[in-house]
Design a protein around this ligand. Structure first.
Ligand SMILES: Nc1ncnc2c1ncn2[C@@H]1O[C@H](COP(=O)(O)OP(=O)(O)OP(=O)(O)O)[C@@H](O)[C@H]1O
Length: 477
């Protein structure tokens, strides 16, 4: 049977929001999160509801993790409205890691949005607009849709070429793709644009995929488990061969944020690969696209989706680091935003004690106005002991897949507890490079020692700066 899929974006369940397939989840600050890739959750004992000394990649910081898990329970019980969390403690005591672990524990696909408070200051976008966008990024929506799809194991994948008249070579006229299920098989003749998605997802013969019938979107589900014993592909996910017909209705779940919906509905839509559409998007003034009116329209439609059971709201975690950098205007905005029924959990972090509130002359704890402090559940984080530092470094070296010999690792742990954990963590990558330059994968003592002479830690650099200042002052005198 033949099928031409050449017309993306033709109708979905809603005529009022942009079709779901055009809503691309935005991924932000991958690097920052990668620093915590060893952290998989808060590591709570389900029986005692207390944090385990070492679990889910987390080490120590037991009281703070236990407190954070109580907050997670409060969020699930919807009793955090109007309140926020503050993680207060010295640098590198796991404040970001705890906030991220809270979003893990809240469930799969729950958004985690990290923001450094100083990011709100931009000459192009208003402070409150930056905060509003971050709020909406941190509110997830799980949309369930029933779609018409072709699903099965790929048994044939052949692009058919044709020579064009320009004499420049061959182009792909269509793609022949055969899909097999336990019940039958079908050969599809597909538009060349779908071949691009097939290549991007590295679809091969033996993979299970589905293609959405009305949009042509291709999704690789995994490798068919018939091949499970043939290759040792540990990293691949094996899935059973689909039962039933190749063409069928399938329930598809997609996670998007309210910000994704804002963007998808603000930008002009068009056919994929349509040059005029790309040009018009380039010309469109991006900053003014998402208006308050558009947002409230989207909220209305989202409310309807939730009421009708098509979508489920997943409030995520908005993590605002260096909270003392926010000013009074931002805090005033936040009081109101926290009261909204569609608010994420806001987790602030700071390593400051008493300091001036920006925009006011008064000093206050952590540079936060007293009105906001009253709304906060404050969790302190403590400095780590030598053993904890060692264990955290073990988790990090495993996550980064680097190998130290015993002496070198002992030395790195000592550096971590005497100077700082963050300094020791930062030495891992350059030490690996030093070892590789010498033709080794194993990091030895000399590599770590070399890096400690090449790179200074924070206190050493501060000492150097102070010495220079004193020398200059003495010269002047
Ligand atoms: N208890 C812990 N268990 C495992 N890893 C940890 C723990 N605490 C910190 N880390 C890791 O140490 C690094 C620094 O921690 P993190 O960035 O969370 O500290 P922070 O308190 O947010 O620092 P800052 O105040 O400088 O922003 C990260 O890679 C983090 O995953």
């Amino acid at each position: 049977m033949d099928m031409e899929i050449d017309d993306p974006a033709t109708g979905t369940s809603s005529s009022r929001l942009a079709p779901m397939e055009e809503v691309k989840p935005t991924v932000k600050q991958i690097k920052r999160i990668a620093a915590h890739s060893h952290v998989k959750g808060l590591g709570i004992d389900p029986e005692t509801c207390e944090a385990l000394p070492e679990a889910a990649g987390f080490v120590g910081q037991i009281a703070a993790r236990t407190a954070a898990s109580i907050i997670v329970d409060m969020i699930r019980g919807k009793s955090m409205a109007g309140r926020a969390v503050l993680l207060a403690g010295p640098p590198a005591t796991g404040k970001t890691a705890i906030a991220l672990a809270m979003s893990h524990d809240l469930g799969d696909g729950v958004p985690f949005v990290p923001l450094v408070a100083s990011e709100v200051y931009s000459s192009e976008v208003k402070k409150t607009e930056v905060l509003m966008r971050s709020f909406r990024r941190a509110i997830g929506l799980r949309v369930k849709e029933t779609k018409d799809v072709y699903e099965g194991e790929v048994t044939e994948l052949s692009p058919v070429e044709t020579s064009d008249n320009s004499g420049l070579g061959k182009t792909i006229s269509h793609l022949l793709l055969s899909l097999k299920t336990a019940k039958g098989s079908k050969q599809l003749k597909l538009d060349p644009s779908i071949y691009d998605s097939v290549l991007k997802q590295r679809v091969e013969v033996g993979d299970v995929i589905y293609i959405e019938a009305n949009s042509g979107i291709v999704k690789r589900v995994g490798r068919c488990d018939v091949y499970a014993s043939e290759f040792d592909l540990e990293a691949d996910e094996f899935v059973p061969m689909p039962k039933g017909d190749v063409r069928k209705s399938k329930d598809i779940v997609q996670n998007v944020s309210l910000h994704d919906l804002d963007l998808a509905n603000a930008r002009p839509q068009g056919r994929q690969g349509d040059v005029t559409n790309i040009v018009s998007q380039l010309m469109a003034p991006k900053k003014t696209e998402v208006t308050d009116r558009l947002r409230s329209e989207i909220n209305k439609v989202v409310d309807e989706y939730i009421e009708s059971g098509v979508a489920e709201l997943m409030p995520g975690v908005l993590f605002i680091d260096e909270v003392h950098m926010l000013d009074v205007e931002c805090f005033t905005y936040l009081y109101r935003a926290l009261e909204s029924p569609m608010a994420p959990v806001v987790v602030f972090a700071t390593n400051r004690g008493k300091t001036t509130v920006r925009g006011l002359d008064d000093k206050s704890a952590h540079g936060i106005p007293p009105e906001m402090l009253d709304r906060l559940m404050i969790i302190p984080t403590m400095k780590y002991n030598e053993e904890d530092v060692r264990k955290i470094l073990i988790h990090r070296t495993e996550a980064e897949n680097v190998k130290f010999d015993e002496k070198a690792f002992d030395y790195l742990s000592r550096v971590g507890s005497e100077k700082s954990l963050r300094y020791a963590l930062q030495l891992i990558a350059p030490a690996r490079l030093c070892a590789q330059t010498c033709g080794r994968e194993l990091i030895e003592m000399e590599d770590v020692e070399k890096c400690t002479t090449l790179f200074m830690d924070r206190s050493e650099s501060l000492k150097k700066a102070e010495e220079t200042q004193q020398r200059l002052a003495a010269k002047k005198a």
